[in-house]
Design a protein around this ligand. Structure first.
Ligand code: SAM
Length: 246
């Protein structure tokens, strides 16, 4: 019948979408690519319906292809006979392992129907957790910053895979960025941390992202005028809600 690629969101089991949860509850078998996504999935699926897949920790393309061929060969018959799901943290189409599975199925098992259930990506989870607002009209770029890389160029970037924050930070500051880091945002496992000090997160943790914004960016928002007048008026507190319902 169908293989569903289900985005689980950033890691809190209650940030799985209603549709995602329904698919997981109805699936005959649910596969997960890693321990963390499995921990989230079993909040919604009995453990005996979690399928077994073995993924090597490798970047070797031959080994990766072999592993994905094996995974697809395990999953395809289950998806033909019934309903199968493959979960990923965040969204299945954002820097995700799901792409490897989709391509492998297309190449070797193209009769398997595929449907994707989007998830709350770390891209959007960060805006709330880090207290950053991407204004209407602003540009935002996604980049990877593994092993201390410091991609630069765009005015605002979300950097994934920040595994060496001090090194990444050095390059970004030199290129004129202010940076905030978020670790394990909305995750039940491990400690959630938001900081602009890279030494707080010097220890490697794969579930770390950064938001980098060019220093001195100006905004031209209609409601900025309220802040200016508030700053001029003594005795008025910042942050009082005007409309409080959304
Ligand atoms: C392979 S990507 C997966 C992205 C995922 N598909 C998504 O849409 O969020 C893994 C990277 O996403 C980021 N990430 C995912 N979930 C996160 C979370 N809850 N807190 C912080 N970073 C997270 C980290 O930078 C991590 O290295």
């Amino acid at each position: 019948m169908t293989l569903y690629g289900v985005g689980l969101g950033p890691g809190d089991s209650d940030l799985v979408t209603v549709r995602g949860r329904e698919v997981l509850q109805d699936a005959d078998v649910v596969y997960s690519p890693g321990r963390l996504s499995r921990t989230v999935a079993i909040e919604h699926v009995p453990e005996d319906r979690i399928g077994d897949l073995d993924f090597p920790m490798t970047k070797d393309p031959d080994e990766l292809r072999r592993a994905w061929k094996e995974a697809a060969a395990e999953i395809a018959p289950r998806a033909r006979e019934g309903t199968a799901a493959f979960v990923t943290l965040g969204d299945p189409n954002v820097y995700s392992t799901f792409g490897h599975l989709r391509r492998t199925l297309a190449a070797f098992h193209d009769d398997v129907d595929l449907e994707i259930v989007p998830g709350v990506s770390a891209v959007t989870a960060f805006t709330t957790a880090l207290g950053v607002e991407i204004d209407a009209g602003a540009g935002l770029s996604l980049r990877e910053a593994a092993n201390g890389a410091s991609p630069t160029g765009p005015n605002r970037m979300v950097l994934f895979k920040v595994t060496d924050a001090p090194a990444t930070h050095e390059g970004l500051v030199e290129a004129g960025y202010d940076v905030t880091y978020g670790r394990r945002l909305y995750m039940e496992q491990g400690e959630t941390l938001v900081t602009d000090d890279p030494s707080d997160i010097a220890e490697r943790d794969y579930y770390t992202l950064a938001y980098a914004e060019k220093r001195g960016l100006t905004t031209d928002r209609a409601t900025d005028a309220f802040l200016e007048s508030t700053e001029r008026s003594e005795g008025i507190e910042h942050g009082d809600p005007v409309m409080g319902d959304d």
